[in-house]
Design a protein around this ligand. Structure first.
Ligand code: ZN
Length: 402
């Protein structure tokens, strides 16, 4: 079997920033065929894990190794509980997508003894509905016994905002900072080149990559809160983040909590609608020309605005005011059952509350035209093909009748 080697590099400290990095080396039939550097950069005020600690590197690169069916050799240390969880995580993904993911051996120079877990949590914060809901609910102590103390939130530069777009990141960071300042939670940035070097499918790898990047903060928080995407009532698999697999990304000193799956997106929006500063800076869009703003007309922007309408709330000022939502809604279809379920849920919530009689039927049309197999090609093409087949059949019948 070909292999992938993780070789940690000494920590570097420059201009107030710590850089943790490692070599990722690919070996085919005993010959080195590829060598890259994976790095993370964050403020030096954060107590960093040792250079030899490879938990974050292993998490980030695992999906690539499974895709390429490479055994992993680690020239550093990994926590025993993380290795245990990743054994099960690999099996889960092999079962979900056997066409994409193998199960591979992992060998480690040092299996680390567990360290004491630090109190408090880090919340992965993108400024979207899910992370905003998680930050809001926990900071307002609305989760009963499950409420966590959020020590800080973190925004990753290099995921949805490319590394070279420093202006968009700086804007998104300062907006998120204003939001979190309102609930007295600090925001810490972290930069990584992960997406520039991975070939892993982002839909499936985003949660493991996020935990990998933020596990660099395990000396400052013993828990990571990941805002859920799909609710328990509409779970969609395979998907990178789910209540079934997110808990397998943690260790005994960096637990992962998949947060908020007991709420639909409309219910989450209804909860954060009470947070005026929060919704003023809500950011859900990755498709606009400006990566730190909502375009107003893509599927996610339109869906979120209908989330607000479905619970009887006004559309907040973070969306462009002059958007024709119905016209936008006619420009896209829904590619997955998860998305169709999310729109159905908006419809059902509005129906139950007697809201949106004028637009509910448009949502039903959108869901119908998105059903797989029905209009996987254009409607015109479909009709033409059917008519051609019918004409051909008539012709054949006429010939055989003669
Ligand atoms: Zn948008």
């Amino acid at each position: 079997m070909n292999s992938l080697i993780i070789e940690p590099i000494a920590l570097a400290n420059k201009n107030g920033q710590v850089t943790r990095s490692c070599h990722i080396v690919r070996i085919d039939n005993g010959i080195e065929v590829d060598r890259q550097v994976l790095w993370f950069q964050f403020p030096e005020t954060i107590d960093s894990p040792d250079a030899e600690d490879c938990d974050s590197y292993l998490l980030c690169i695992l999906m690539d190794a499974l895709t390429e069916a490479r055994e992993i050799q680690i020239k550093g240390s990994v926590s025993l509980s993380l290795l245990s969880n990743l054994t099960e995580f690999q099996r889960a993904w092999h079962m979900l997508r056997p066409d994409l993911y193998s199960v591979v051996d992992i060998t480690v120079d040092e299996i680390r003894k567990e360290i004491a877990e630090v109190e408090g949590a880090v919340c992965a914060f993108s400024g979207g509905v899910d992370s905003m809901f998680t930050a809001w609910q926990h900071s307002q102590k609305k989760n009963s016994y499950r409420t966590q103390t959020i020590n800080f939130c973190s925004l990753v530069h290099g995921f949805d905002i490319p590394l070279e777009d420093t202006e968009a990141f700086s804007e998104a960071f300062s907006r998120s900072e204003s939001v979190l300042d309102d609930i007295n939670i600090p925001l810490i940035p972290i930069k990584t080149n992960y997406r520039e070097m991975t070939q892993a499918k982002w839909d499936y790898a985003h949660a493991i990559a996020l935990v990998g990047v933020l596990s660099n903060f395990k000396k400052k928080a013993g828990i990571i809160l990941l805002g859920s995407t799909y609710p328990y009532s509409n779970l969609f698999t395979p998907w990178g983040s789910s209540p079934a697999t997110d808990n397998l990304l943690g260790s005994n000193h960096f637990h992962v909590i998949h947060d908020g799956a007991a709420y639909t997106r409309t219910e989450k929006v209804n909860a954060i609608a009470d947070w005026q500063v929060g919704i003023k800076y809500l950011r859900v869009c990755w498709q606009g020309a400006k990566k730190d703003r909502n375009c107003g007309c893509c599927e996610k922007c339109v869906r979120t605005q209908f989330n607000f309408l479905a619970c009887g709330r006004d559309i907040p000022s973070c969306f462009p005011a002059d958007t024709n939502l119905i016209a936008c809604l006619k420009t896209f279809t829904l590619n997955t059952s998860g998305l169709r379920g999310a729109w159905q849920q908006i419809h059902d919530h509005a129906l139950a509350s007697g809201i949106g009689e004028s637009w509910r039927k448009e949502i039903i049309r959108l869901i119908r035209r998105s059903q797989p197999g029905l209009f996987s090609f254009s409607k015109k093409g479909y009709v033409r093909k059917k008519l051609r087949a019918r004409r051909k059949m008539k012709k054949q019948r006429a010939v055989s009748a003669k």
